[in-house]
Design a protein around this ligand. Structure first.
Ligand code: ATP
Ligand code: MG
Length: 409
């Protein structure tokens, strides 16, 4: 026998029995985001590597450790690890800045990161996300957060916590970075290797570290004092306060978390995460924030922007199991040509219908019908002659014979 080839580690098939849950994730996204005026964008799943190096940031784990990069025709290409950089590239390339603001986009699709596979962490996974360009006011931040909450609620997920924080602007953050570095300096030797590497280039990222010994260090009173201090400038503070007042007014519950800095380099001011208590250690379903300098950094005009991405596998694992949908009807007949023609008539009316392509015995067909359909539509010799059909309700076993054109399921 030929050798069986298996799916790669960290990747998964989405099997037919799971399709319904995925359809729900996608359908609700389309419906809800459309209500808020968002239009779908689909960008390629590979781009030049430089886009991610500049767009995601070369001090991030994503760019340093997790990218699927390959050479083709002497160019370095990368499978997208996230979609914001691609959307921003497309925004600039297609002159979307000329459209009247806000420009509201959403996407869904596979992302690729070379990570250690574990529960809630795959190498190919899916994200659904939104990006809004052109509005610097906190109403935009509030809108994307409210929309995320509405989307999660539509999926029946109420037991989630929204965490928010403000990272300030590059100016006020500089001072904060300095103070963080200063207070952590005596602990440098005790930090994990990742934290030591990030200390110079991206000290805020240290606060995000999941290593227990680092968390203990950050919990020390003198370090907490710096972390919990209000470092952000007047303008950033006003922005943050207004965002919170919108969330209060719109009844979106949130908690403030000063340790929330997010993994990506491009955020300023608002950052947020939505977490579930039912997901174990990979508990974030949504991450996002404001990124006012990214469009400029990728060569476009200065354009404020805010957005988020959700991990669809993590959402999926929180949804209740669904039963596989039954067919409306299964046609039982030993005249495949009549069954086929009748099936086409019913399909044209919008019903989900099958018949036995292999023309097995009548009893076998009835058995199959009772497993997979709500009704058996019997076309025996008599029914074919009289252009009728016997409709058997497979739940109640009631059976009536009617004219074929009168059928309603
Ligand atoms: P994490 O802290 O879990 O690594 P992240 O900060 O890398 O998350 P983002 O880049 O903000 O995540 O992506 C947004 C969401 O995408 C996450 O909240 C999560 O739900 C999902 N996600 C990220 N990486 C993976 C992965 N490898 N497998 C499955 N889902 C993922
Ligand atoms: Mg990650």
């Amino acid at each position: 026998m030929a050798k069986i080839i298996k799916v790669l580690k960290g990747t998964k098939d989405i099997l037919p029995q799971e399709a319904e849950k995925w359809h729900k994730l996608e359908k609700n996204a389309l419906e809800i985001f459309t209500k808020y005026g968002y239009k779908e964008i689909r960008t390629p799943i590979f781009e030049v590597t430089e886009l991610f190096a500049r767009g995601v940031g070369d001090t991030t784990d994503i760019v340093n450790k997790e990218m699927y990069t390959f050479e083709k025709s002497e160019r370095s290409l990368t499978l997208r690890p996230e979609n914001t950089a691609g959307v921003v590239r497309s925004f600039i390339e297609n002159g979307m800045a000329r459209l009247s603001a806000p420009i509201k986009l959403w996407y869904k699709g596979p992302m690729f990161r070379y990570e250690r596979p574990q529960a809630g962490r795959q190498r190919q996974f899916h994200q659904v996300g939104v990006e809004m360009f052109g509005i610097k006011e906190p109403s935009a931040d509030a809108e994307v957060i409210v929309m995320a909450a509405e989307y999660l609620k539509s999926l029946g997920l109420n037991d989630l916590e929204v965490e928010i924080n403000s990272l300030g602007c590059p100016t006020c953050r500089e001072e904060y970075k300095k103070r963080i570095k200063e207070v952590l300096k005596p602990e440098f030797e005790n930090l994990c290797e990742d934290c030591q590497n990030r200390y110079e280039k991206n000290p805020l990222r240290l606060l995000d570290c999941k290593v227990e010994t680092c968390k203990e260090i950050f919990a020390k009173p003198e370090i907490q004092k710096v972390i919990q201090s209000d470092f952000i400038c007047e303008e950033c503070a006003q922005h943050y306060t207004t965002l919170k007042s919108y969330l209060d007014k719109l009844n979106v519950k949130y908690v403030e978390n000063k340790l929330l800095v997010r993994g990506l380099d491009y955020y300023n001011r608002t950052v947020f995460e939505i977490k579930s208590n039912n997901l174990g250690s990979q508990n974030a379903v949504c991450g996002g924030g404001r990124y006012d300098s990214l469009v400029r950094n990728l060569g476009g005009d200065d354009t404020p922007a805010v957005g988020w991405a959700m991990g669809m596998e993590r959402l999926n694992s929180l949804l209740p199991e669904t039963e596989v949908q039954k067919l409306d009807a299964y046609i039982v007949s030993n005249s495949p040509a009549d069954a086929f023609a009748f099936a086409q008539e019913l399909r044209a009316k919008g019903y989900n219908v099958e018949f036995d392509l292999a023309n097995k015995k009548f009893t076998k067909q009835l058995e199959k019908a009772s497993k997979c359909a709500k009704y058996a539509l019997i076309l025996g010799e008599d029914e074919i002659k009289s252009e009728t059909v016997s409709v058997k309700n497979l739940e109640t076993s009631e059976q009536v014979t009617i004219n074929r054109n009168e059928i309603e399921l």
